[in-house]
Design a protein around this ligand. Structure first.
Ligand SMILES: [Zn+2]
Ligand SMILES: [Zn+2]
Length: 389
């Protein structure tokens, strides 16, 4: 039997186990950095495959890492996300970790004959925590030649044009006063935050296509009868490149400074995080596409202008050749990531069937990358060219 058939057979025999695991994770949604149930369950499943698991890697309690294969040949990492949002698994990360675990199970079945090494990496806190950035900084991905993961969506694509972000926190310090008996003695931090949002909305017109700015007021004042002395807000600036996201963030800060000057309050800001844009490796993407098509689901690169979010896989893609295909679990336009309706698609027959299929395509792609040195060389050459450009 050839390697691809062997992978496919091993995955088919794992289907029931992983569907159960993925469903259990769906039923126990956990927020970023608190994914103890999911990471314990996944680590146990990896041990049951006969693999060694290191937990708490990179100083993150809910991260884990398993490595297997032969020699010191090429190493491909398959990444698993498992955090949820306040409305449950509305981003379907239970299917992401299910697909990653399944791909690892398929490759582990032939661990004694693998011409290289596979890393299964559990990456916490994609939803705003940047778990992968922490793991990258801590060197957990050192020695890895290529990385991949797959994300559920309402369409099928072999890539994602994910945007870069800058996450800003802005605080205004005013002067409290009795709002009726002596408002002239106060300086309103609320007026400053309101004016900031109005100025940002006016600046929006001048932003380049595909940019996004969205914010919330996290502290709007202390009491209705006191002139607010402290207010706070957060903004996410998104763009196709990190440098333009930073430019937008600087513009937001100028809006805040102008509002503070006009209202006589003091302003301070911090950049509290940010993701890089996704660089989709086309060499790896083409291999994934060929396997996906052979498995009955043709797929192609997402159109460049397709509306999308952001991911900490973007940061990985700037460090290592990477892919982040999207797999369809709902009819196009009927439900989108982060919406309540997506929660049920992430726990559907269709979702689990797609999870198994993309696990096969990822495992076969990973196998090809370690079995064909020329292919990995090409992926790396493309990566270098992208870095230069
Ligand atoms: Zn999400
Ligand atoms: Zn997601």
């Amino acid at each position: 039997m050839d390697a691809h058939s062997e992978i496919s057979r091993a995955i088919d025999s794992y289907r029931e186990i992983v569907t159960g695991l993925s469903h259990e994770i769906h039923e126990h949604p956990e927020l970023k950095f608190e994914e103890h149930f999911a990471s314990d369950l996944l680590a146990r499943a990896v041990r049951e495959l006969g693999l060694k698991v290191e937990t708490g890697v990179g100083g993150l309690k809910t991260a884990f890492r398993a490595e297997f294969g032969q020699g010191d040949g090429p190493t491909v990492a398959i990444l698993a996300e498992y955090d949820a949002l306040p409305n449950g698994h509305s981003c379907g990360h239970n299917l992401i970790c299910g697909a990653a675990l399944t791909a690892a199970a398929g490759l582990a079945a032939m661990r004694d004959n693998l011409p290289g090494r596979i890393v299964l990496l559990g990456t916490p806190a994609e939803e705003g925590g940047g778990g992968k950035i922490i793991l990258l900084d801590k060197g957990v991905l050192e020695g890895v030649d290529a990385a991949m993961m797959a994300h559920p969506y309402d369409s099928e694509y072999s890539s994602i044009p994910a945007l870069a972000t800058q996450h800003l926190r802005i605080s205004f310090h005013g002067r409290a006063a009795h709002a009726a008996a002596g408002p002239w003695d106060g300086a309103s931090a609320l007026s400053a935050v309101i004016q900031t949002f109005q100025s940002v909305d006016a600046a929006r017109l001048h932003l380049r296509d595909m940019s996004r700015v969205h914010g919330i007021i996290t502290n709007g004042g202390q009491a209705v009868n006191i002139i607010p002395e402290l207010t706070q807000c957060e903004f996410l600036a998104r763009a196709t490149t990190s440098s333009y996201a930073a430019e937008i963030a600087a513009r937001i800060v100028r809006c805040a400074e102008a509002a503070a000057a006009a209202t006589g309050v003091r302003v301070e800001h911090q950049v509290i995080g940010g993701y890089k844009n996704m660089v989709n490796n086309r060499t790896m993407g083409a291999v994934y596409e060929s396997h996906s098509e052979a498995l009955g689901t043709p797929t192609h690169a997402a159109p460049p202008g397709m509306p999308t979010g952001s991911t900490d896989m973007g940061d990985v893609s700037h460090a290592i050749p990477s892919i982040h295909p999207l797999f369809q679990i709902s009819d196009t336009g009927t439900g989108n990531c982060h919406e309540d309706t997506f929660v049920k698609y992430a726990d559907s027959k269709r979702g689990y069937a797609a999870m198994i299929r993309v696990a096969k395509a990822m495992a076969m792609t990973a196998y090809d990358l370690i079995a064909q040195p020329e292919l990995l060389k090409e992926a790396k050459a493309e990566f270098e060219t992208n870095q230069g450009g």
